[in-house]
Design a protein around this ligand. Structure first.
Ligand code: GH3
Ligand code: MG
Ligand code: MG
Ligand code: MG
Length: 314
């Protein structure tokens, strides 16, 4: 329990009572703001956002009950404890004050000991609430991090299958709504089993990482999306890209692979690691969903493999 000093707004129209309450609070280390009318109190509350209120009921220009209701109605900011302090002592007054939004009620003349204990009780509640808020913020951050992680491939830093699935559904919807073309390229590493067999799985992983970097270089526009779809399969999603655009993407990719991909010790088609790819482009029709597009890309990829690999087919 820290009992950190609070900024307390004391609302009381009788100068002697106001001075006494302020004194008691200051003696316990709190900082006091003073108001002697409804309107002054509201203005101070609005401007200063105190941590707590000691609130009189009968004020020359309004009722403390109304002030409490107004504070509770504008409950955007953090919760502010309100302790009513009044010489009114009937059950009806007490219950009306609590119903208006008060958290506690003290009858004048106030006992210094009781006031101190009541303020401590409110401090405990304030601290519990702060802890809850901190937990909620931490939880939300953990949630955001998790939802990023589940769409992310740790090996290459690209999106993963889940990320691609989400992105593809969104991109198909956007393209259909805006009637603008979308392109998708499904790539598969050629003879990758041989690469692993000759150089080992670790080298294989590094090769996949290098391909990931090449794909990121090729995807220069912010809306382009690259994912590792499976073991040695990758997908590029290219919004606003007609078939000709996808083709020049594929050519750029072939060029980058030739220049930057790793040496393949056992490939019948080239000295470097190569990709084959299947391309799908166009404005998606109503009945074309993600599965249909992936199927078409897979068929084109199969054709690229059949025709000798190290090429892209649409
Ligand atoms: P093709 O040209 O027909 O695509 O031949 P391929 O050898 O690439 O195809 P195949 O599907 O026979 O083999 C794919 C290989 O990819 C098998 C597997 O060992 C390797 N592979 C898949 N995921 C990973 C991975 O995460 N790391 C490594 N190092 N290898 C992987
Ligand atoms: Mg009064
Ligand atoms: Mg494969
Ligand atoms: Mg392969």
């Amino acid at each position: 329990m820290h009992n950190a000093p609070l900024r307390v707004l004391v609302v009381e129209d009788q100068p002697l009572l106001l001075a006494r309450l302020s004194q008691l609070l200051q003696k316990d280390g709190h900082q006091v703001l003073e108001a002697s009318s409804f309107h002054q109190a509201w203005r101070l509350f609005d401007e200063q956002r105190p941590d707590m209120l000691l609130l009189d009921i009968l004020l020359p220009d309004g009722s403390g009950l109304e002030l409490a209701r107004r504070i509770r109605a504008g409950a955007k900011g953090p919760w502010t404890p309100i302790i009513f302090v009044s010489s009114l002592d009937s059950e009806a007054d007490l219950s009306a004050a609590i119903e208006a939004g008060g958290d506690d009620y003290l009858v004048q003349p106030v006992s210094p000991l009781v006031l101190k204990a009541k303020v401590h009780a409110m401090q405990r509640l304030l601290e519990a609430r702060q802890e809850l808020n901190a937990t909620a913020v931490a939880l939300q951050q953990a949630n955001e991090q998790l939802s990023r992680q589940i769409r992310h491939d740790p090996l290459t830093g690209l999106g993963n299958r889940k990320g691609l699935d989400d992105q593809l559904v969104r991109a198909l919807g956007d393209a259909r709504r805006e009637q603008r073309p979308l392109s998708m390229i499904l790539c598969d590493v050629d003879f990758f089993k041989r690469y692993n067999d000759r150089l080992g799985h670790l080298e294989g992983d590094q090769c996949l990482q290098q391909i990931g970097r090449i794909l990121q270089q090729v995807c220069r526009r912010p809306m382009d999306y690259a994912a590792r779809y499976g073991g040695e399969e990758f997908v590029l999603l290219l919004p606003y890209t007609p078939p000709e655009g996808a083709l020049s993407f594929a050519l750029a990719l072939l060029h980058h692979m030739e220049r930057d991909s790793l040496y393949h010790p056992d490939s019948p088609v080239a000295r470097h690691v190569t990709l084959s790819g299947g391309m799908v482009s166009g404005i998606p029709a109503e009945d074309e969903d993600a599965t249909v597009w992936l199927q078409r890309a897979d068929e084109a990829l199969y054709a690229a493999k059949q025709r000798g690999r190290d090429r892209f087919v649409s």
